[in-house]
Design a binder for this molecule. Structure first.
Ligand SMILES: Cc1cc2nc3c(=O)[nH]c(=O)nc-3n(C[C@H](O)[C@H](O)[C@H](O)COP(=O)(O)OP(=O)(O)OC[C@H]3O[C@@H](n4cnc5c(N)ncnc54)[C@H](O)[C@@H]3O)c2cc1C
Length: 239
């Protein structure tokens, strides 16, 4: 396993609680849209075993041609040791990334794509949307729906509807509106539905999709195939 040590190049305050850390991109480091990585802080591998409290899974919210590895995360006042340290880091601080992989690449199957996310889950979808803007081949349209009760919606410069490019972006701040909209989106019986958020969020979305007749094969989750299949079964077999 290759560990890439790199440095923080820029810190963007996206909202009062959400920051994006742009990391220098090591020359030989590349990734696909929808990738997540293991993001680790100095000292994580100092002992015999990796110190898990200094490692978190994080999506990469940029594309390689942006020449930066973007990590977006919410840091609340009450937060973990990991985030307490992360908050104190500055431009030039060393961090590590390793084991980078995508479970949610942009599917180019001539279908409509629905991106359902909660809060910073939108970060996973930013590179998919950029990839689509650059090359729309074999994608009918993309519709993003994000729920964030803070009302500080993320990446609003990219997540803005562009009818000419067949891109729709919606933000809502409450569950009632959110799930009503999901129900409407699920009237498209051949769409592909990507979902990113907490496990509870995934389950609630899948329950609605299932009720509307969406099949497991139409659902994309940011989980390893075996974990994804088991997780989806827990909703679909329980029906
Ligand atoms: C494939 C994958 C991709 C992911 N991508 C991202 C991503 O792009 N961005 C991202 O942010 N996360 C992402 N995650 C989730 C991420 O790995 C972390 O689990 C998540 O950010 C929570 O971080 P944390 O454990 O450091 O807790 P925190 O975010 O610090 O805390 C979680 C909750 O617990 C509360 N809490 C924590 N400590 C205390 C305390 N001492 N006292 C009181 N309350 C406390 C916090 O207020 C918060 O509500 C991803 C996960 C996976 C599996």
């Amino acid at each position: 396993m290759q560990i890439y040590w790199t440095k923080i190049n820029k810190i963007i305050d996206e909202t009062p609680e959400v920051k994006t850390f742009l990391l220098d991109r090591p020359e030989d480091f590349t990734w696909e849209e929808g990738s997540h990585t293991h993001f680790a802080l100095e000292g994580f591998n100092a002992g015999d075993k990796p110190n898990r409290s200094l490692i978190r899974h994080m999506s990469i919210c940029t594309l390689p041609h942006e020449n930066a590895i973007g990590i977006t995360t919410r840091i609340r006042e009450q937060c973990s040791e990991f985030k307490t340290i992360l908050r104190s880091l500055e431009v030039g601080s060393k961090v590590a990334i390793f084991k980078t992989h995508t479970n949610v690449p942009l599917k180019r199957e001539n279908k409509n794509i629905y991106l359902l996310s909660s809060g910073v889950g939108l970060a996973t979808f930013r590179p998919l949307v950029l990839d689509y803007f650059e090359r729309a081949d074999n994608v009918e349209k993309i519709h993003s729906l994000n729920i964030d009760s803070s009302q500080d919606f993320l990446f609003s410069n990219i997540f803005e509807s562009v009818p000419d490019k067949k891109f729709i972006s919606q933000f809502v701040d409450n569950r009632k509106d959110y799930y009503e909209k999901v129900k409407n989106l699920a009237t498209d019986k051949s769409g592909i539905f990507y979902i990113v958020g907490s496990d509870e969020f995934l389950t609630q979305n899948m329950e609605i999709l299932r009720e509307q007749g969406i099949e497991p094969e139409q659902i994309m989750l940011d989980k390893r195939k075996d974990v994804r299949d088991e997780f989806i079964s827990s909703v679909y077999i329980a029906k």
